[in-house]
Ligand binder design. Structure first.
Ligand SMILES: [Zn+2]
Length: 594
């Protein structure tokens, strides 16, 4: 019996063997075919990065000993000036950067239209003075997209104390011909901490830690938008009451930097988020004033002293339907298998209007230009194509990078809930599902610089855990330049977000803060003088090395799992039947007798 049984089973084994062998064979062939068809970012990454340290040194030498970053900076900041989106200056900057990329040896230097923006505008001249009870020259500039005063206007100053529409009622019939001072006087604290700071070891250690907050975050944007909605209505009210002009106080900066002649001209003092669109345009001339100038008038008015103010706001509108453009240029890839793949580098080219936007984001722009110059000067033969993108419309909602990403890589449909549609796009909740284009599989990564003029101290990994071990190896030879810190932190507020949102690895570097938050970001002091040449040269070297490594490694950079915003609500929903002993509310209610 056993022998017979065993015979049968041996036979069965023999019969099955060829089948098993062929199944195993097929499986391994399938697996291989499967692997081969996978994009390389999806394959297992090598444990050791193949670094070309000779190229590290050549890039360092070109960038640190033969830097031209400050030449680009002076040409852009001094030669072209402020670059408000929609303005004639920004168009010049787009064309100039395109021509510079072509001149340094890039291919395919061109502009890409990301769509209609709104009004073209520039400030020609602004002055504001007190003419009674004393004379005083004030520090003030037109708010971006302010109407022109069409010559000097002179009127009694009135402080309008209003936090909502109801508060405005009491000013009905009282504002004709007046100069409205709109906004509470804030406390002006002493500058007892440095306005200019490098990150020390303690700061870098904190940055490396990942902050955990599982509680619902307060909706900062909702408050911000509500405030701007009221301000837009207030502006319309002042115009309907025939006021002559509006003065708003400048906000503060980090470490009390919003004093001593510094004014900020961004939307914090603005009269509505969409002020750049004709249908939301403010009819009156509006200036933002240094806090000390504002304070004198405010205190006199509170003490019932009549104050007269004269102002001349000369502004010019250059179109109602201006389009926005990104500057794009390339160093073509040379590997027949990889040249269709790209690595991108960039930052935003647009700025606010009261200075020349040197640190925000002239710095990121000239560093990206210097990266491309260094790589061209070294005649690198990258395996993948290296592409630079200089975005515009960033300050109003990352329009340029978002538009580029939508045209090339994909987009995330946004929430159409009633409270969401009125928000600027970048504040709206993503609704998903993602809609991707084939090019999305051909971009390895995007590197962005937009935190001022400070040197690079590390990289925000944007919660991409798989990239940590790779960048750790890349920065090891850069420790002596101060690059030491990686953090899983998910930083926001600028153009790498547009890439990250569609599953493309997008990174923003960690930089020394210097005086970015205190004095230069969006201010009238954001000029060439704020730029730190050594820091910018360092940043260009580090960024060039990151771009080069990405272009040369065998595989594309690993990605995070694709975002699925359409599943968010379901994932956040309360767990059901969780509490022991709790009555199921609906079922219980249906029971007879309840
Ligand atoms: Zn910026």
């Amino acid at each position: 019996m056993t022998s017979r049984k065993s015979l049968i089973s041996t036979f069965a084994v023999l019969l099955c063997l060829p089948f098993w062998a062929s199944a195993a064979d097929k499986k391994s062939k399938d697996a291989k075919a499967d692997e081969a068809s996978k994009p390389s970012y999806d394959l297992a990454q090598p444990a050791t990065e193949n670094l070309d340290l000779t190229m590290y040194q050549r890039i360092r030498d070109e960038g640190l000993s033969h830097s031209h970053v400050m030449d680009f900076a002076s040409a852009l900041m001094d030669g072209i000036g402020p670059r408000l989106t929609g303005s004639p200056n920004l168009k010049r900057a787009n064309e100039w950067t395109r021509d510079q990329f072509a001149a340094m040896g890039c291919s395919n230097a061109h502009l890409e239209d990301w769509g209609e923006f709104g009004m073209g505008w520039r400030q020609l001249n602004t002055w504001v003075r007190m003419s009674a009870p004393d004379t005083a020259v004030f520090i003030a500039q037109a708010l971006p997209w302010s109407a022109s005063s069409h010559g000097p206007v002179n009127g009694r100053a009135v402080w309008v104390d209003a936090k909502d529409e109801k508060d405005l009622e009491k000013y009905k019939g009282k504002l004709a011909g007046k100069i409205v001072f709109f906004g509470e006087m804030r406390e002006v604290k002493p500058v007892d901490k440095p306005l200019w700071e490098r990150r020390d070891d303690a700061n870098l250690k904190t940055t490396a830690e990942f902050p955990v907050h599982i509680a619902q975050q307060e909706d900062f944007f909702a408050t911000f938008v509500k405030r701007l909605e009221f301000r837009e209505k207030a502006g319309a009210f002042f115009a309907a009451e025939h006021a002559a002009g509006v003065v708003v106080p400048s906000r503060d900066g980090r470490n009390n930097g919003g004093s001593g002649g510094t004014i900020f001209d961004d939307s914090s003092g603005g009269m509505g988020w969409f002020i750049y669109q004709r249908e939301h345009a403010q009819p009156l001339p509006i200036v933002v004033m240094a806090i000390e100038s504002y304070g004198r008038v405010y205190r006199l008015l509170k003490a019932s002293v009549p104050v007269s103010v004269e102002m001349d706001v000369e502004t010019e509108f250059t179109g109602d339907h201006e389009h926005g453009f990104d500057t794009i240029a390339e160093i073509p890839g040379s590997d027949p298998r990889l040249k269709e793949e790209v690595v991108m580098v960039g930052g935003h080219l647009d700025s606010w209007a009261s200075a020349t936007g040197a640190t925000d984001n002239g710095a990121g722009t000239v560093v990206a230009m210097e990266v491309m110059r260094i790589l061209n000067a070294l005649h690198v033969q990258p395996r993948r194509t290296i592409r630079v993108g200089l975005w515009t419309g960033e300050e109003q909602g990352e329009f340029g990078s978002y538009g580029y990403v939508k045209q090339h890589f994909g987009f995330v449909p946004l929430s159409t809930a009633p409270d969401q549609v009125k928000l600027p796009d970048f504040m709206r909740k993503p609704a998903g599902p993602l809609q991707l284009k084939p090019e999305q599989q051909k971009i390895s990564g995007y590197f962005n610089l937009d935190n001022g003029t400070g040197k690079i101290r590390g990289v925000n990994l944007q919660e991409n855990a798989a990239i940590g071990p790779i960048f750790q190896q890349w920065i090891a030879p850069l420790q002596d330049l101060g690059v030491s810190t990686l953090t899983m932190r998910n930083t926001g507020g600028t153009d790498h977000e547009s890439f990250d949102a569609v599953g493309v690895p997008g990174f923003q570097f960690i930089q020394d803060a210097l005086d970015y938050g205190s004095r230069t970001h969006h201010s009238n002091q954001d000029t060439y003088e704020r730029l730190q040449p050594d820091d910018l040269a360092q940043a260009a070297v580090v960024e060039a090395i990151f771009v080069y490594n990405t272009a040369m490694r065998d595989q594309m950079l690993p990605r995070k799992p694709l975002p699925h915003p359409e599943l968010e609500e379901q994932r956040k929903a309360a767990l059901k039947n969780l509490m022991p002993g709790a009555e199921a509310a609906e079922e219980e209610a249906k029971k007879p007798g309840n």
